[in-house]
Write a protein that binds this ligand. Structure first.
Ligand code: HEM
Ligand SMILES: CC(C)=CCC/C(C)=C/CC/C(C)=C/COP(=O)(O)OP(=O)(O)O
Length: 317
């Protein structure tokens, strides 16, 4: 690990708060929470206890923030070398590793306690395992050593879906594992589309991201496979699992059509950074709206509307 050499000056209280906030990579957390919420609504068949929702989302936020903070401590050497990440609080010397570690531990303890006391032990343990997996398996073990780093490491990002299900039911069913699988399979297209754009940054610091090692063509082929499998997996929630209904599957197929289309265009133009960027941005909206579709589909009012419409159709025919 290299030492950073930024001159020390006294930050204002607000600047300190801002630095700790940035350590948690806050822009990613809302989508992790949306997957948690989608899972909770299906598990609760559309009627989620608002207090449990709040506790679970806060507990999930604290866990993800802890995981990201430890990742920032561990990766501060490569973050300093990459343009995109150079201005993060650790490489720029605004937060010391020891202070960041204390912060991360406090977040993890806060998450575990909150979930264990107000949700259940399973949810607390799952969130904690998310931190351990992201730090040990992804950040330490795979990120610098394997082209499959984000495939296997991506499992950490899919754990919030399990946390949500567990918080509601205190168990994990097939549907919970399927939502986990959807996020897991979605991660490679999400990340590799971005990695195609910033390949040179990763190459510079020797991170073996797939586009660096295998090239653009091999990467877009992998992106294509994972996109098709992801969209196929989303349908399984409707059939055969019957965890979601017709509204969900229509939304899933519509969004999936767009995802497949963009991925196909990239497959035809592996070097085109604009298409890679479009796919990356689409992947985020896709996951957001898919989970929103899970929520809307599960609501009692939706069931009511669907059965009214089906009855009408029945009467007419
Ligand atoms: C190992 C798996 C993953 C890797 C390596 C990864 C990597 C990245 C990277 C490098 C960025 C750009 C961030 C930046 O510019 O600082 C990004 C953006 C983003 N990621 Fe992922 N990601 C992964 C999984 C996930 C998961 C599971 C989610 C949520 C379900 C997610 C949600 C997002 C969002 C919402 C953004 C956009 C943030 C923004 O607006 O800047 N990512 N991801
Ligand atoms: C339940 C629980 C605690 C889950 C936590 C899972 C989690 C934090 C997932 C986020 C995955 C992610 C955005 C990785 C960024 O990769 P990177 O850190 O390699 O990106 P960088 O190149 O921007 O540093």
């Amino acid at each position: 690990m290299i030492e950073t050499n930024v001159s020390r000056h006294h930050d204002t209280f607000l600047q300190v708060i801002q630095s700790y906030y940035q350590l948690t990579k806050p822009r990613i957390i809302p989508l992790l929470l949306i997957t948690t919420a989608g899972s909770m609504w299906i598990a609760a068949k559309g009627q989620v206890d608002p207090l449990l929702l709040l506790v679970t989302l806060i507990g999930g936020t604290l866990a993800a923030a802890s995981a990201q903070t430890i990742n920032c401590i561990y990766d501060r050497d490569i973050d300093y070398d990459m343009e995109r990440t150079r201005h993060r609080p650790m490489p720029s010397g605004r937060v010391q590793p020891r202070d960041a570690l204390i912060f991360a531990i406090a977040l993890a303890v806060g998450s575990f306690t909150l979930l264990a006391v107000f949700a259940n032990l399973l949810a607390a343990l799952l969130a904690f395992s998310g931190i351990v997996f992201y730090v040990l398996v992804y950040t330490h073990w795979l990120k610098r050593h394997s082209t499959q780093n984000i495939v296997i490491g991506g499992a950490a990002g899919a754990i919030p879906a399990l946390v949500g299900w567990a918080a509601v039911t205190d168990t994990l069913s097939w549907a919970a594992w399927l939502i986990f699988a959807i996020v897991f399979l979605w991660t490679p297209p999400h990340f590799w589309a971005l990695a195609l754009m910033i390949r040179d940054d990763y190459a510079k610091v020797g991170i073996p991201m797939l586009p660096v090692v295998a090239g653009d063509k091999a990467t877009v082929r992998q992106i294509w496979y994972y996109t098709v499998i992801t969209v196929t997996a989303t349908v399984l929630l409707f059939y055969p699992l019957h965890a979601s209904g017709i509204v969900y599957v229509v939304i899933a197929l519509t969004l999936g059509g767009g995802f497949v289309h963009k991925s196909w265009r990239l497959l035809q133009n592996p070097e085109d950074k604009t298409i890679a960027r479009e796919l990356f941005l689409y992947s985020i909206s896709y996951m957001m709206l898919l989970c929103l579709g899970m929520v809307v589909d599960s609501l009692p009012i939706t069931h009511h509307l669907v059965s009214t419409v089906l009855n009408q159709l029945h009467l007419v025919s």
